[in-house]
Design a binder for this molecule. Structure first.
Ligand code: TXA
Ligand code: MG
Length: 327
């Protein structure tokens, strides 16, 4: 049997299929099956207060799962789908309540990946799929990442190669009064505003005990195993003091700009020079965090890219994966 046919059969029987998208790998189940969706939460160890993104092949299918489909949703779907934009709208009946974590809304997107689209078209319905990682861990951008982390908990892993975008989709909430970006991503605020006019940006994060408007807003998310700290170029002095206090313990790091003279003498366990183009850095970010996070590493340092709009999504993910450098 072809992998896509097997995937569809597994989905129809309430199983779990990990599949590639252009952003990250998803852990998919039939969104209309309560038992199938529950398996996602178990496999991920994910709190049930986190709603899941529902994947569809196209706008027409999306509309079946929405109670209403605002004009803005139509314009955005026509402009950005298939692509890394999730639209949160009021949900129709028929979607398992766990998918929306008890909310009246649903997050829908059509992923821009040939394997995902082929599977979704053949399945014909809605596939609920969070990123295919253990809860709070770094999202997978290769099939091997999924195997490493979820292995036997998944019935089938479709391998579509490394993900092109590398970080999760932009999430835009259209269910309230003002369109609001709940999670920045590859589709930028500027691109959305050029299509539907002004949108708000959700700021800040909620603590993990409260159901967040968006699970990506939980402060601790996408975290590597070793303690990870972020710093900016203007914090090189505190960084050097912190490194001195670490007393030679193995530290790995990712730097955005040129390596400053003051750091060239530091014997990092692993030093990754990040790409200077936001889209490139996004594509490599999670794989880099996994490489930096080897078991013998004492801590991970990540340099923040500049505070500019084109870096918003990468800065958001780094902020969630790290803590500020301890004073
Ligand atoms: O790129 C992506 O979006 C990936 C791939 C697999 O498509 N999926 C993903 O799913 O990142 P997950 O479950 O790891 O992220 C859940 C996100 C939350 O951050 C939240 O913003 C959004 O989904 N979300 C889903 N349903 C929602 C709802 N009803 N209300 C608000 N946010 C919702
Ligand atoms: Mg996730």
């Amino acid at each position: 049997m072809q992998p896509i046919d097997r995937a569809v059969e597994i989905l129809r029987n309430g199983g779990l299929v990990a599949f590639p998208t252009e952003t990250v790998y998803g852990l998919g189940a039939d969104a209309t099956s309560l038992t199938a969706v529950r398996r996602i939460f178990v496999a991920k160890g994910r709190p049930s207060t986190n709603p899941l993104i529902v994947h569809v092949a196209d706008e027409e299918t999306a509309r079946r799962f929405a109670a209403d489909w605002p004009r803005q949703a139509s314009v955005l779907a026509r402009t950005f789908w298939p692509g890394p934009l999730t639209l949160v709208v009021r949900k129709a009946a028929g979607i398992a309540t766990e998918v929306s974590a008890g909310r009246a809304t649903i997050g829908l997107r059509a992923p821009d990946h040939p394997v995902a689209l082929e599977m979704l078209r053949a399945f014909g319905g809605a596939v609920a799929a969070p990123s295919a990682n253990r809860s709070t861990r770094v999202s997978p951008t290769t099939a091997q990442h999924v195997r490493d982390e979820l292995g036997p908990a998944v019935d089938l892993i479709l391998d579509g190669g490394p993900c092109r975008v590398g970080i999760e989709s932009t999430v835009l909430d259209l269910s309230g009064n003002a369109p609001t970006i709940l999670r920045p991503g590859a589709v930028t605020r500027h691109e959305i505003e050029s299509v539907i006019g002004r949108v708000e940006l959700f700021q800040g994060s909620t603590d993990a005990t409260n159901p967040a408007s968006s699970p990506g807003q939980h402060a601790i998310h996408y975290a590597p195993r070793a303690p990870a700290y972020r710093f900016s170029r203007d914090e090189l002095d505190p960084l050097l003091r912190w490194l001195a206090s670490a007393g030679g313990a193995p530290i790995s790091a990712v730097l955005v700009g040129e390596i400053p003279d003051s750091l060239t003498q530091i014997p990092f366990a692993l030093l990754i020079e990040a790409p200077k183009v936001p889209e490139e850095f996004a594509r490599q970010l999670y794989a880099a965090l996994r490489r930096l996070d080897s078991p013998d590493v004492h801590a991970i340092l990540v340099e923040m890219p500049p505070d500019k709009p084109e870096w918003a999504a990468v800065r958001d993910r780094i902020t969630r994966a790290t803590q500020p450098l301890p004073a």
